[in-house]
Design a protein around this ligand. Structure first.
Ligand code: EPZ
Length: 432
C-alpha cells in the first residue's frame, strides 16, 4: 500500500486550485438513474469514490463516457462525465460495491422512482459511527414504498407502481436521506414536502441539477423543501460545485504551516462557520475575485473552540483537520463532535506526534504545544488521514502517513497541490 512522506516545516505559499466536490458529485451521478436521457457533469473530481460510484451505476445500466478529452476545460480540474441510462439493467446494488462506499445507498431513491423496485445492500457501520439508514427507509415508506430487510439487503418495492408525494418530517437532519428523498420525489405522483431537510450546499447543487432536468423544486437551502413530482426528467448539463471540505482542509493547511495561500475557485459563502472560527483564531481570511486567501504568520494561531453541526454550522468533515491546527495553537481549544459518535480516531495518532489531547465523551480538550514531531501514523477514515498530513506539514522531521487509499477517496492530487505551494510531500509507492 502506498504511503505519504512529509518533511515538516515549510511555509505554504501560492495558488491552490480547488476541485469539484466529492459529496456533491456522488448524488449528482445518481440522478442519471432518473432519466433515459444523458446527464453531463463537469468538474467531477478524479477520486476513488467516483470510480466506485461509476462501477455501481455501470452495473445498473448507466453508460458513462469521459468527455474530458473532447471538452478540455483549462480553468477547472476534474472530468466531464456523460452518464446515460437508456435502460435499467439491474435494480440490485450488490454488497461488494456498497461495502466500499456508503454513498452507494443513494441509488435507492432513484431506482425506486424509476423502476418501482430496488434491492440495495445495507451499508453497515463504518469507522466513524454506526450510520444507520432508517431515515432513508422511513421516508420512502411514507411515499408508498414497501420495505423489508432480508439477508443484509434492503428490499423495496412500490405496490402502486409509482411513489406518491408525502409530507416527510425528518426527526434528525440527514444529508443522504434528504438527497435520496429529493431524487425520489422528483418523479413521484404529487407534492412531497421534506421538513427538517438538510441545507448543505451539496443538497442545493443536487436540487439545481434536478431542476435543470425538469424537476419542480422549491425551498432549496432551507429546511423545508417542496417538490412537485413530474412524469419524466430529461437531459441536463451541470457543473459540480467546488469542494468546501477540500477548501477547508487546505485553508487549515495554510494556517498550520504559517503560509499565505489563495484557494482558487473556492466558495467562501459555503464555509462561513469555518471562516468565522479561523478569524477568531487569528488567521487572516480575505475574499478575492477568484476564491479566498488564507494567511497566517508562523506561531500566531490562538486556541479557539468549535462544535460540529449540520450546515450552516461547522462541518464534521473538518473537525479532524481543525484539531490538527489546534494542536500547536497558543492556549487551549475545546472541540465537540455532535454528528458522529466515533469520529476521534485521529486523536491517538496526533498524540503520537506529541499533541496534548484529552477526550471526554463527545468533546476533546486540546492544549496547544510548541511543536509536533514527525512519526509513522495511520488513520481509519478520509478526514482523519488528512488531519495527519496537516500535522505532518508543521511537525519537526519526517512523518509517514500509511493507508493512503483513504486520502485517494476524497482528495484529488493531494501531493501535487501541496507541493506546488512549497510543501515537502511525496507519495512512496508500495514497492519502495
Ligand atoms: C454525508 O454523509 C457525507 N457523505 C459525510 O461525509 C458527512 O460527514 C455527513 O454527510 C455529515 O455532514 C456524503 O455526502 C457522501 P448524514 P451521510 O445522513 O449522508 C445519522 C466524508 O468524509 N443518520 O447527514 O451519510 C447518522 O448516523 C463523509 O466525506 C441516522 O441516524 O450523513 C449521523 O449521525 C463522511 N439515520 C447523522 O444522522 C439515517 O437514516 C448525519 O448523517 C441517516 C443518518
Amino acid at each position: 500500500m502506498d504511503r505519504i512522506r512529509i518533511r515538516g516545516g515549510n511555509r505554504l505559499t501560492g495558488r491552490l486550485p480547488i476541485s469539484g466536490s466529492k459529496n456533491a458529485a456522488l448524488p449528482l451521478m445518481a440522478t442519471a438513474l432518473l432519466t433515459d436521457e444523458p446527464v453531463t457533469l463537469t468538474g467531477v473530481p478524479r477520486l476513488a469514490d467516483i470510480r466506485t460510484m461509476s462501477a455501481l451505476l455501470g452495473q445498473h445500466g448507466v453508460e458513462i463516457v469521459d468527455r474530458s478529452v473532447q471538452e478540455p476545460d483549462e480553468d477547472r480540474l476534474g472530468a466531464v462525465l456523460e452518464l446515460a441510462a437508456p435502460k435499467i439493467l439491474s435494480t440490485t446494488a450488490p454488497y461488494d460495491i456498497v461495502r466500499k462506499m456508503r454513498a452507494s445507498v443513494l441509488v435507492l431513491g432513484p431506482l425506486l422512482a424509476r423502476c418501482g423496485k430496488a434491492e440495495v445492500s445495507l451499508p453497515g457501520g463504518c469507522a466513524i459511527g454506526t450510520r444507520p439508514v432508517d431515515l432513508h427507509i422511513s421516508g420512502l415508506e411514507a411515499m408508498g414504498a414497501e420495505v423489508s430487510i432480508d439477508q443484509g439487503y434492503i428490499h423495496a418495492s412500490v405496490p402502486a407502481g409509482r411513489l406518491k408525494g408525502a409530507r416527510v418530517v425528518f426527526p434528525k437532519v440527514s444529508v443522504g436521506a434528504t438527497e435520496n428523498l429529493l431524487m425520489a420525489a422528483a418523479l413521484a405522483d404529487g407534492e412531497t414536502v421534506l421538513v427538517n431537510a438538510a441545507r448543505e450546499p451539496e443538497i442545493v447543487d443536487l436540487g439545481l441539477c434536478l431542476q435543470a432536468m425538469g424537476a419542480r423544486i422549491e425551498g432549496l437551502g432551507t429546511d423545508t423543501i417542496h417538490v412537485q413530482g413530474v412524469d419524466r426528467l430529461s437531459a441536463a448539463r451541470h457543473p459540480v460545485i467546488p469542494d468546501r471540505i477540500e477548501t477547508g482542509t487546505y485553508a487549515m493547511a495554510a494556517a498550520i504551516a504559517g503560509g499565505d495561500v489563495l484557494l482558487q475557485g473556492a466558495r467562501i459563502d459555503t464555509l462561513q462557520a469555518m471562516v468565522d472560527i479561523l478569524r477568531r483564531a487569528g488567521i487572516a481570511v480575505t475574499e478575492e475575485p477568484d476564491g479566498f486567501r488564507v494567511a497566517c504568520a508562523p506561531g500566531s494561531v490562538k486556541g479557539v473552540d468549535a462544535m460540529t453541526e449540520p450546515y450552516p454550522g461547522f462541518p464534521t468533515d473538518l473537525q479532524a483537520q481543525f484539531m490538527a491546527l489546534m494542536c500547536t495553537a497558543s492556549g487551549a481549544s475545546m472541540i465537540t463532535e455532535t454528528i458522529f459518535e466515533n469520529r476521534f480516531m485521529h486523536v491517538p495518532e496526533l498524540m503520537r506526534m506529541g499533541a496534548d489531547i484529552t477526550v471526554h465523551q463527545s468533546s476533546v480538550l486540546v492544549r496547544g504545544v510548541e511543536s509536533l514531531t514527525g512519526a509513522q501514523v495511520m488513520a481509519t477514515d478520509l478526514r482523519a488521514s488528512v488531519s495527519l498530513v496537516l500535522a505532518g506539514l508543521m511537525a519537526r522531521g519526517e512523518t509517514i502517513v500509511n493507508r493512503v487509499y483513504h486520502l485517494d477517496r476524497g482528495y484529488e492530487e493531494l501531493e501535487r497541490k501541496l507541493s506546488a505551494c512549497g510543501a515537502d510531500i511525496e507519495r512512496i509507492a508500495d514497492d519502495e
